[in-house]
Design a protein around this ligand. Structure first.
Ligand code: ATP
Ligand code: MG
Length: 367
C-alpha cells in the first residue's frame, strides 16, 4: 500500500465528507464523484461532478484511486462494476445490488435462517390484496428500490383503500411487510477487513420520527440481545465476504429480534463513534478497505448519544461550547426533512448523558 493512498468515494454527501475528515489525519487523500455540483463533500476536497453513467469521468476517477467506496447505496451498480474493473472497490458491487433491493435483501436474510417479519413481493393489485390480507391489513408497503428515510413507503391499515392506493402507485415493484410491534429499534455496526477480521460497536438504540432517524443512544442499555444481534450481523458479513462497515437495522420485540434492513456503508446510527468510540466508524471503514488492522471499537467514555439536525441547525448552535457536546454541521442548505448536521454527546454516566441530550433537544423547539 502506498504511503498516502487515495480513496475515491462515489457520492458526495455528508458520509463522504466525514470519511475524508477522519482520513486526512492519517495521510489519506480523497476524491469524490457526484452528479451535483453542490454536494457537501466538495467543501472538504476535490469533487468530480459527472453523471454515474459518464464512463470517461469514471475512468479518470478510478485511475487515481487506490480503492473506491460509497457514500450511499443507490449508486448505480453499473458504475460500481465499471470501477471494479479498474481498481479495488469495497464493498463489492454484488453487495450493492442486494442492498438496493428490499426483496433481495430479505431473501438473503431468510436464506441465512435469520429472523425477518412476514413479507410479500407485490407487483400487481391482486398481489397487494393478497399480501395485505396475509398481514392482517397492518403493514408497510415499500418500493423495492430507491427508498430512504422512510420515502417510498405507504402504511397499510384496515382503513387503507387498496384500490385507490394502487391507482396512485401502479407500475412499480414493492414489498409489503407486516408491521412489527417493536419495543425498540437497534442497529449493529460491524467492520470487516480484507483479511476477514471483524469487530462490532456497542449495540445502538435508534429513535425515528416520520421514518427519519432522530436520535441514537449507545449502548442500547435495555436490550438483552446484543450477542444475538452481533451473531446475525456476523453471519451476513461473512456470507457477503464483506469489506468495510456494514450496518444491520433490527426491531426488538417481546419475541426477540427481527431484521429490518442493511446498509452497506457507514451509517447515521454510527455518527456518535467520532467522539464516542476509540476508533470512529469512518476511520474503521477506511482501515478495513486498506487492509489495516481494525481499530478498537470500544467506547471512549461509558455512554454516547447522537442527535440529528433535520431541516435546520439551531441558530444558537455555535454560541456556546460545553464539555462532552460536539457539533457537526455539513454545510448543506436548509430543507425540510434533510439531515443538515448532528450533535454527539459523550458522558461517563447515564444521568449526565440524559441531561445533555435533553438540553440539546430543547434547542429543537426554542431555536
Ligand atoms: P432509512 O434510510 O432511514 O433506514 P428506509 O427508507 O430505508 O429508512 P426503513 O428503515 O425500512 O426505511 O423504515 C423507516 C422506519 O419506519 C423504520 O426505522 C421504522 O421506524 C418504521 N418501519 C419500517 N418498516 C416497519 C415495519 N415492518 N414495522 C414497523 N415499523 C416499521
Ligand atoms: Mg432504515
Amino acid at each position: 500500500m502506498k504511503k498516502f493512498p487515495t480513496i475515491g468515494i462515489l457520492g458526495g454527501g455528508q458520509l463522504a465528507q466525514m470519511l475524508a475528515l477522519e482520513g486526512y489525519p492519517l495521510g489519506f487523500r480523497f476524491v469524490f464523484f457526484d452528479p451535483t455540483a453542490d454536494a457537501c463533500a466538495g467543501l472538504v476536497g476535490e469533487l468530480i461532478v459527472a453523471d454515474y453513467g459518464n464512463e470517461i469521468a469514471l475512468e479518470e476517477f478510478a485511475k487515481r484511486c487506490d480503492f473506491v467506496t460509497y457514500d450511499f447505496e443507490n449508486v448505480p451498480v453499473s458504475a460500481a462494476e465499471f470501477v471494479a474493473k479498474r481498481t479495488s472497490i469495497f464493498p463489492h458491487p454484488k453487495v450493492l445490488e442486494i442492498a438496493q433491493d428490499r426483496l433481495k435483501e430479505k431473501l438473503l436474510f431468510k436464506s441465512l435462517d435469520l429472523p425477518v417479519g412476514q413479507f410479500h413481493a407485490v407487483d400487481s393489485y391482486s398481489e397487494l390484496v393478497f399480501a395485505s390480507k396475509s398481514c392482517n391489513q397492518d403493514g408497510f408497503l415499500k418500493t423495492r428500490t430507491l427508498g430512504y428515510d422512510g420515502k417510498g413507503q405507504h402504511r397499510i391499515t384496515i382503513k387503507t383503500d387498496l384500490k385507490e392506493l394502487w391507482g396512485k402507485i401502479d407500475g412499480g415493484s414493492f414489498v409489503l411487510e407486516q408491521a412489527i410491534k417493536f419495543k425498540r429499534e437497534v442497529s449493529v455496526i460491524v467492520v470487516r477487513n480484507t483479511q476477514g477480521d471483524m469487530r462490532f460497536y456497542n449495540l445502538c438504540e435508534n429513535k425515528h420520527k416520520l421514518g427519519i432517524l432522530t436520535t441514537t443512544l449507545v449502548p442500547a442499555v435495555k436490550s438483552e440481545y446484543s450477542d444475538r444481534a452481533f451473531d446475525y450481523a456476523k453471519k451476513i458479513a461473512d456470507k457477503l465476504s464483506y469489506v468495510g462497515v456494514l450496518v444491520i437495522e433490527m426491531f426488538e420485540t417481546d419475541l426477540g429480534l427481527f431484521i429490518n434492513e442493511m446498509a452497506p456503508r457507514v451509517h447515521n446510527s454510527g455518527h456518535w463513534s467520532i467522539e464516542g468510540a476509540v476508533t470512529s466508524q469512518f476511520e474503521n471503514h477506511l482501515r478495513a478497505g486498506l487492509g489495516f488492522e481494525i481499530g478498537s471499537t470500544e467506547m471512549s467514555q461509558g455512554f454516547s448519544a447522537m442527535i440529528n439536525w433535520i431541516g435546520e441547525i439551531p441558530n444558537i448552535a455555535l454560541s456556546t461550547k460545553e464539555k462532552g457536546i460536539y457539533w457537526h454541521i455539513y454545510g448543506k442548505e436548509n430543507r425540510q426533512g434533510r439531515n443538515v448536521g448532528h450533535s454527539t454527546v459523550v458522558a461517563d454516566n447515564a444521568q449526565d448523558l440524559h441531561t445533555k441530550v435533553v438540553k440539546l433537544a430543547k434547542l429543537l423547539t426554542t431555536s
